[in-house]
Design a protein around this ligand. Structure first.
Ligand SMILES: Cc1cc2nc3c(=O)[nH]c(=O)nc-3n(C[C@H](O)[C@H](O)[C@H](O)COP(=O)(O)OP(=O)(O)OC[C@H]3O[C@@H](n4cnc5c(N)ncnc54)[C@H](O)[C@@H]3O)c2cc1C
Length: 422
């Protein structure tokens, strides 16, 4: 069927990339892109970095709307439902509700912050997902003395780093024995911990929050831990992860048991696991079968959302790679001016081998059943990308070690040449 009327749900990086790809591949029909966030699209990773620190404003992190896209752009508009039989999405804007018909639909609604177990609406308590959250938190952080971050994941640790640079006293409360240990293993997580401790962050490990106490003004004043200790707090960030933004799809017949469930080609499945014609999905909201890892996975990484957005658009047009969307996802996080990066998926690794522990950088290979599944680095720069092919082919530890040696030798030879010519 030749598509004439495509709707894209979500105008962030996956949605806008999909829109651009549809046009690049010659789609000439009507295109509607819908998002509740009036500021979309912008570089969301800056929400916990330069936007929060105040180094960059919205004008600098906004993503330019693709030139000549020829799309109806509905921002500040809430998606409220999907009718598979009628092939319509329901939307609501300024109290007015209506339906929009489609013959092709791309779902790219990403994630929302996991609801706070301490209740919503406590002054001084924040979650961080979008531009508005970031500006609200920054305004309060400026005058605050004590920040408590609940959750030592990527966003929590990035915010801790931003707040230390602003001179705030920072405590991170983390339930695990080490921050991000489940993702990175002991060696890497220990280094992460040291980085934060060296910068003066008080990291409470294997700790739980019993309650948030309010002062006379009604705003948060203290965080009480499970062991009874009390931490003063003017601002609290609850950074305990996110969940797929699928509330609007509830009851539609789409399988939303683990995000928007798709097959290997990003085609959306119904509750009987059958492909729904003309509906695809991309980005953080999606669980798809990644044949590289031979399992269903959902990835919350910027680059993956771009690559999957482009693939999903081609899938909708029927011009996709039939092998599916195969990905060794890339991720980065910036903390104290040093970049943490990974390629591949460390999930389920049974071996973590340090390839380089030069005091300036850390590079760790993750293997499962003797095959490389991911590489993570701290201050490793572009060298991390030189492992992509080995991750894709599932190299052995010997392959990885000899590759690392060859890279070190090449870097040393280059350094000597530069020294001689200086
Ligand atoms: C604070 C923060 C920092 C991050 N830092 C990094 C980083 O350093 N490196 C990295 O690789 N990744 C990072 N990420 C992850 C990265 O931003 C995401 O992987 C990427 O934005 C996913 O793109 P997406 O288009 O799938 O979803 P999103 O960017 O989440 O966009 C989904 C869009 O759908 C809209 N939407 C959702 N529901 C509805 C609805 N019912 N009605 C209308 N609109 C709706 C939302 O408003 C949103 O604009 C970070 C994420 C956050 C939150």
């Amino acid at each position: 069927m030749v598509l004439k009327n495509v709707v894209i749900a979500g105008a962030s990086v996956a949605g806008v990339t999909a829109a651009r790809e549809l046009r690049a591949q010659g789609y000439a029909g009507h295109l509607t892109v819908i998002d509740r966030d009036p500021h979309s699209p912008y570089r969301r990773p800056e929400v916990s970095k330069a936007l929060l620190s105040g180094v960059l404003g919205l004008d600098k992190v906004s993503m330019p709307w693709p030139e000549g896209l020829d799309a109806e752009r509905l921002v500040g508009v809430e998606l409220t439902g999907l009718d598979l039989a009628a092939r319509t999405v329901s939307i609501s804007s300024e109290g007015e509700a209506r339906e929009i018909g489609f013959d092709g639909l791309i779902i790219a609604t990403g994630t929302v912050s996991r609801p706070s177990p301490f209740g919503e609406g406590i002054p001084g308590v924040h979650s961080l997902r979008n531009y508005t959250d970031s500006i609200k938190m920054r305004d309060e952080l400026v005058d605050a003395r004590n920040l408590v971050v609940v959750g030592g994941g990527f966003i929590g640790l990035e915010v801790a780093a931003v707040a230390r640079a602003l001179g705030k006293s920072v405590t991170v409360v983390e339930a695990a024995a080490l921050p991000l240990e489940r993702v990175f293993g002991e060696e890497f997580s220990l280094q992460l911990l040291k980085n934060h401790q060296l910068q003066g962050v008080d990291v409470r490990l294997a700790a739980t929050v019993a309650s948030l106490e309010r002062g006379d003004s009604g705003a948060v004043s203290e965080v009480v831990l499970g062991d009874g200790s009390r931490i003063p707090a003017d601002v609290v960030l609850v950074a305990i992860g996110s969940v797929p933004a699928t509330a609007w799809l509830a009851g539609s017949g789409i399988d939303i048991s683990q995000g928007v469930v798709c097959d290997a080609t990003c085609a959306v499945l119904d509750e009987n696991s059958d492909v729904i014609e003309g509906i695809v999905a991309a980005g953080d909201a999606v669980t798809w079968y990644n044949s590289l890892y031979r399992r269903q996975m959902r990835v919350e990484h910027w680059t993956n959302a771009i690559e999957q957005g482009a693939y999903a658009a081609k899938r909708l047009l029927g011009i996709h790679d039939p092998d599916g969307f195969v990905s060794a996802p890339y991720f980065w996080s910036d903390q104290y001016g040093s970049r943490i990066q990974s390629i591949g998926s460390t999930f389920g690794h049974d071996e973590a081998v340090v390839l380089d522990d030069d005091p300036e950088l850390l590079l760790v290979a993750y293997l499962q059943n003797g095959r490389l599944v991911a590489v993570a680095g701290m201050k490793a720069g572009a060298s991390i990308f030189r492992y992509r092919a080995l991750v894709n082919s599932g190299g052995s530890l010997d392959d990885v070690r000899s590759h690392a040696r060859a890279l070190r030798e090449a870097a040393e030879a280059k350094r000597q040449v530069l020294e001689r010519t200086a």
